[in-house]
Structures are given as structure tokens and as C-alpha cells.
Ligand binder design. Sequence first.
Ligand SMILES: [Zn+2]
Length: 267
Amino acid sequence: MCIYPKTTAKLPVNFKNKRILKRLKIDQIEKSNKSEEAFKRLVRTIKYSTIKLMSLIIDWLFPRRCFGCGKGDKYLCNLCEEKLKNGALVRKDQFEGIISIYKYDGLIKKIVEKMKYEFVSDSINELAKLMDKKLKLNYPNIVEYWQKEKFVLMAIPLYKHRKNWRGFNQSEILAEKLADALNLKCKNNILFRNIETINQATIKNRQKRQKNIENVFAINSKEAITKKIILVDDVVTSGATMTAALKILKGSGVEFLWGLSLCGVLK
Ligand SMILES: [Zn+2]
């Protein structure tokens, strides 16, 4: 297909050259954008293939068993899943709402521990599927609203050393898997954690929790900011981490903010 208009032949030589150069420049930029996208796709494919391969090896070495009863071939069998207590939807600060799918209690507490500290990253896929199922079941109108308004999911980031040590951020994987299931976009590059903090779950005092998390987040890329965001975390206890992220995001132009967690204690 000819990319230059036929009229080019009648134009002065210099003008023609300028147009050709401009077109060549645009072609080059388009090509480099395309190759950058292809490279990112390749990195993503390698990342997920590696995770898949690792989980296949882990499955072979340690066959999958239910975290609750030790039976079956899933991390959470249907019987144990039914025993989990429902979480809640709460209004807090300037959040449109914070949804915790399950109550942070009993078995789910054990599951989160396993997921975080025993490196059972593959269990996150199952948990994301459960979250998707429960969201559509318990909050269909909210899911519909998120889809209609094109909300973007974003995980609460981990401090980079902690992420490197663990090899993954469970909330990032949850956000990515959930975004796929809900047919929404996921952007985990907006926010980063610039200070390492003590694990919020280990601090009992509410004020100390707030102090621990203040000013730990910073914006990574202002261009990536969208006006409608769903913040995803695995556990929400006092909500201090979510509120700290809210402050910086609201100050950077985010207008509508939801919180979403696998489990929590807010009510
Ligand atoms: Zn079970």
C-alpha cells in the first residue's frame, strides 16, 4: 500500500523531502512503540511462564491440598470455602467504599500467612477466582458500575527489598488476576513505597499503625494516573495503609477511589 499521496509528485522537491522525512520519523516512532510493547509482552509472558513452571514443580514436589482440611486437590476445598465468614462493605475517609470479601479470621488468616510466608504464590490464582465469584455474587451493582466507569485496579505496593526477598507481591498478582476476571485494566506502576515499614498486622496500637504508614507512598508516574481507581490489598485491618495511599492519590488528581481486599476486619 502506498503511504504517500499522489499529489506529492507535483510538490517542490524540498517540500516533498520534508514530508517524506516526517513520514519516516512517524514510521520510526510507531515501530519503536510497537517493539517496546512487544518487549513488554515478552517479559510478561516469561514472568508468567516462570511462575507457571515453578508452580508445576511445586505441585509435583508438594501436591496441592486444602489449607483447611488437608484433603482434595485445591488450596481451598468447597467445604472449607463455605465455612469462611463474609467480610463487609464500609465507608471510610474519602473512599467510595472499602470491600473486604472475607472476615480476617480463622482459616483465611492461615491462608494469608501461607500465601505470604511460605511462598505458595500459585494459591493466589485460586483466591483471585474466589474474590471474583464473591464480588459478582454479593456486589453485582458495584461490579457493573466499575465496568461501566472503567475503573482501574492497582495493588498497594510492597517496599522493593521486601518484594525482591519474597519474589512477588501477592496483592499485585491478586489485582492482575482480578482485573482479568472483571474485564478491567490493572496498573501497578502508579504508586511505590519509598520507606520500609514494620508489617502493619504486627502493630496493635491504632495510632502507632497510622504513624508507621504515614508518608511511605510516592507517585511513580503522574502520566499513568487515572481518575477512577480500585486499590487492592490482601488484608485490611485498621485501613491505615489504604488511607495513606488515598491521601497521595487524591492529592494527585484521582477522583473516585475504592478499596478492595481479600479479607479484613473493618465493619
Ligand atoms: Zn478443605
